[in-house]
Design a protein around this ligand. Structure first.
Ligand SMILES: [Zn+2]
Length: 127
């Protein structure tokens, strides 16, 4: 991959990471405020718990995203960026431009998703 392109991707990764951090901070302060308001109204305890849970789930997925960005930045520094972690084939540049912190190529990602939906499908069926 061309050095100029890698530099662009590096910049984008940093920008996405900052956006995510901002979003988490914003959601946290928003939720903290709602929780504070909820404390005044003890009858609404259930809502506050749901809110806490929601926030936890939200920041978990965002944290996961930040983690994958950090990994991508590491690979970028180590010279292994843009290679699928599963099949070790180069990932399409179009895909990297849309999602610079992706770990897998299109076909490995599709396979993983298929497996995932199969798993959840089976899980539901057995209950
Ligand atoms: Zn692959």
């Amino acid at each position: 991959m061309r050095k100029q392109r890698l530099e662009q991707i590096h910049k984008r990764l940093i920008a996405i990471r900052e956006d995510l951090l901002m979003e988490i901070k914003y959601k946290n302060s928003e939720a903290a405020q709602l929780i504070d308001e909820g404390v005044a109204d003890i009858a609404d305890q259930g809502l506050t718990d749901t809110l806490k849970e929601f926030l936890h789930l939200l920041s978990d997925s965002k944290r996961e995203e930040i983690l994958s960005i950090d990994e991508a930045l590491e690979r970028l520094g180590g010279g292994t960026y843009g290679v699928c972690l599963e099949c070790e084939e180069p990932i399409d540049i179009e895909r990297l431009e849309v999602q610079p912190h992706t770990r897998f190529c299109v076909s490995c990602k599709a396979k993983a998703e298929q497996l995932e939906s199969l798993k959840t499908g089976l899980g539901k069926g057995t209950i």
